[in-house]
Design a protein around this ligand. Sequence first.
Ligand code: FAD
Length: 387
Amino acid sequence: MTVWGFGQKSKAMREIVDVTVIGAGVVGLAVASEVAGKKRRVYVLEKNDTFGQETSSRNSQVIHAGLYYPPGSLKARTCVEGNRMLYAIGVRNGVAFKKLTKVVIATNEWEVGKLEALRKNGMDNGVKGLRLLSRHETKKLEPNVKAIAALFVPSTGIIDGHGLMKYFLQKAKDKGAQVVYRSKVTGIAKTNTGYWVEVQEARERFNFLTRTLINCAGLGADEVAAMPGIDITKAGYRLHYCKGEYFSVSGGKGKLVKRLVYPVPLPELAGVGIHVTLDLDGRMRLGPGVEYIKEINYKVEEKKKPFFYESVKNFLPDLALEDLEPEMAGIRPKLQGSGEKQKDFVIHHETDKGLPGLINLVGIESPGLTASPAIAKMVGNMVNEIL
Ligand SMILES: Cc1cc2nc3c(=O)[nH]c(=O)nc-3n(C[C@H](O)[C@H](O)[C@H](O)COP(=O)(O)OP(=O)(O)OC[C@H]3O[C@@H](n4cnc5c(N)ncnc54)[C@H](O)[C@@H]3O)c2cc1C
């Protein structure tokens, strides 16, 4: 594909791009939709054939409330703001969503204490409407769930992730951004006025100059960050892949719950625990699991079915092992390795590393889908200060 002289090396070298976004997942597209316009020349470069082929299409599609993250962290702030923004986008632009609400359930006294801590953390983050429920109140909301108490979270919902990406893509294009597929960024070099970007297309390699560069490369964000010479180990940008598998629940059992049902997260968990989610068509699934892996692979192993079943049977006793079917998997780009403390998103303008105009987004794991419009707003402000 030849766009704007891409592929015609000499022409591309003459034209200077204002903003280049690397990656057309939900974050890259949200960022492009925010920074485009203002007579800026904006490119989005994506290595795959189309947008949203990686983590943004392999997740629970939950609009998170913002319960779990440390107050003041980027995860907390962008999640709570993104939650409000996503519902507004859904209402105004016809992106399908359902405000299903959620319960975090306790099955023993120790977990009841954790619910109170979670409620306080959520309130500190600005999550509205959190309410502790008694056994009786929980039973009334979810008759098939066995719990002695629960935390009710009214602002949790689900959204059509693909529809959301289509909305951001169209908005970016309407504002003049060019989205170029099958174009993998393979090199970045700083110049006096910006960055040379080297791109591998299907058959050829070419370069162009950009004044600002925004790295939204998801699972490849550490590799991209290393290209202009950042020591990613020293900077704390090295990613660890953490796979999350899902099992779907077939037949009538899919109607056992009416809202999202989560266990209390255990401290050592790298996720929030195997939970019960529903999609927009009301189909139920269990997941995601947590498994650190070295190489990207999306296979869901049938042999893990008993583990998923055991994880929920305590609070969903009517479920049977044979109701579960392997469904899909996603991979979290985590900044922390197995057993390490949770780390925050990196959203950083790299002036302190001598790289002005370069903004790295690294470790955008959950709640990245929820946070995407708020992240885009933040990055948009950074770009306004640069250009
Ligand atoms: C199992 C699981 C469950 C989750 N559940 C939720 C949830 O319920 N709610 C929520 O809010 N969040 C959830 N998340 C997190 C959310 O999915 C991610 O935070 C979000 O999708 C990240 O979007 P992204 O655009 O940064 O990454 P991606 O979608 O991975 O996009 C990055 C893009 O960059 C491209 N790219 C990479 N390298 C290059 C290169 N060199 N040149 C060009 N292009 C490149 C890739 O091809 C890709 O298209 C979940 C994540 C997982 C794994």
